[in-house]
Write a protein that binds this ligand. Structure first.
Ligand SMILES: Nc1ncnc2c1ncn2[C@@H]1O[C@H](COP(=O)(O)OP(=O)(O)OP(=O)(O)O)[C@@H](O)[C@H]1O
Length: 265
């Protein structure tokens, strides 16, 4: 079993320049079934470090399942998943936890801890999982709250914030773990329409100003077009085509992609 040591988790989204073009995520012949439903079928794809990749495809095509596998919230039935030079599956639990530390996720429903202040929501995992000191974690959390425009909400509880503000806290919380890979699952779906643009703008800024690899599932095709280096179209448990957004959105090669884009536009 390969057991490379993941890079120092204290380095914010670090990608040493010499590794900037490396592959950071690899799915090799991954199959995932729920009962009789084969959701991912011998799936193979890879993502280059620092790139922003958007997964598109019909409802039920397995996009969220891919993110949940990367978060180790699901296990594949077979195949290999590698992230950041380490193996996530198959792997022993300890190695998997180490690899998993460098992956952050922002969920559709924010998933904040309701009984903790905004500050605690952000410092909890860096203290518990990365072993950061409380002062260092708090100082980092305040910087991130500044970045997401919520410096004045340090002591608020999630219920006192709007959906858009809660999602900004969730983004700050994910970044506080210094992820190499950030997974974004329909992050604007639960927001009132007038709050969507602000959250998407924030994610665009993060995409432009960091070297974090992003894997996004979204139905916001304009956002996908804007933020992505590459778009993967899923159908029938496989990637049926991939390419830069300028091509996928204007000249898709596959009939299923044309039908899908026609339906969502
Ligand atoms: N825990 C589970 N148990 C049983 N079936 C599941 C489970 N999780 C997902 N599925 C099924 O797996 C399939 C893929 O689901 P997934 O959420 O990955 O699709 P998706 O492409 O993200 O869809 P959407 O665009 O609607 O979010 C669906 O048929 C779903 O019902």
């Amino acid at each position: 079993m390969p057991a490379e040591t993941p890079t120092d988790p204290r380095t914010f989204g670090a990608t040493p320049p010499e590794r900037a073009r490396d592959e950071i995520i690899r799915f090799e012949n991954v199959t995932k079934r729920f009962g009789d439903n084969t959701v991912l079928d011998d799936l193979c794809f890879s993502v280059t470090s620092g790139k922003h990749v958007t997964l598109i495809g019909p409802s039920g095509s397995g996009k969220t399942t891919i993110l949940r596998l990367l978060m180790t919230l699901e296990e594949p039935d077979s195949g290999i998943i590698r992230v950041n030079g380490g193996q996530l599956f198959p792997a022993d639990a300890k190695h998997r936890r180490e690899v998993r530390k460098r992956i952050g996720m922002v969920f559709q429903q924010f998933n904040l801890f309701p009984n903790m202040s905004v500050l605690r929501n952000i410092t909890e995992a860096p203290v518990r999982v990365l072993g950061l000191g409380k002062d260092e974690a708090e100082s980092r959390a305040r910087e991130l709250l500044d970045l997401v425009g919520l410096a004045d909400k340090v002591d608020a509880r999630p219920a006192q914030l709007s959906g858009g503000q809660q999602q900004r806290v969730a983004i700050a919380r994910a970044l506080a773990m210094r992820p190499r890979v950030l997974l974004l699952d329909e992050v604007t779906s639960a927001l009132d329409p007038e709050l969507v643009a602000g959250v998407l703008d924030l994610l665009r800024d993060i995409a432009r100003s960091t070297d974090i690899t992003m894997l996004c599932v979204t139905h916001e095709m304009n956002f996908a077009r804007d933020i992505s280096d590459e778009v993967f179209m899923f159908d029938g448990g496989k990637v049926i085509e991939s390419g830069p957004p300028e091509r996928i959105f204007t000249d898709p090669a596959h009939e299923r992609t044309r039908d899908f884009l026609g339906a969502v536009r």
